[in-house]
Write a new protein. Structure first.
Length: 137
């Protein structure tokens, strides 16, 4: 029995070492991947609950697409691009949670500008390029 457990331990160590070698230089898991996988799983469950064949097919295809996208991002070697995607995703989530402010882009430099909600039409000055533009909050 002891020899069998030693053999299993060596096999587990070998698999672990090969997996670590395979993932070296790859991006891995982040918040955006978890969101994609969660959305894919939710769409897959929704497709099982909806009895209309065409809608079921569309939801299933969309759920598989999201899951494959998450796997692609996990195995990608272009870590800088995946990091930038995750940063934009986290910024988008933060803006969704912020109910007290509106976010606009400067028309000249595309810098995001945060302004308070409920002030009517206001003149907004970009902090980066000093461009002034008028928006309704």
């Amino acid at each position: 029995m002891n020899r069998f457990s030693d053999m299993l331990r060596r096999l587990g160590d070998s698999i672990n070492r090969r997996a670590r070698y395979f993932m070296t230089g790859r991006y891995g898991i982040d918040k955006m991947n978890m969101g994609l996988l969660g959305a894919g799983l939710a769409l897959c469950v929704a497709s099982m609950l909806i009895p209309i064949p065409l809608v079921d097919l569309a939801l299933t295809a969309l759920s598989y697409g999201l899951m494959f996208w998450a796997i692609f991002r996990t195995l990608s070697r272009n870590t800088y691009k995946r990091y930038q995607e995750n940063r934009r995703y986290l910024r988008f989530l933060e803006q969704l949670k912020d109910r007290e402010h509106r976010y606009y882009e400067c028309p000249r430099c595309r810098q995001p500008v945060r302004v308070p909600r409920g002030k009517g039409k206001i003149s907004i000055t970009c902090p980066k390029c000093k461009e002034q533009f008028i928006k309704k909050t």
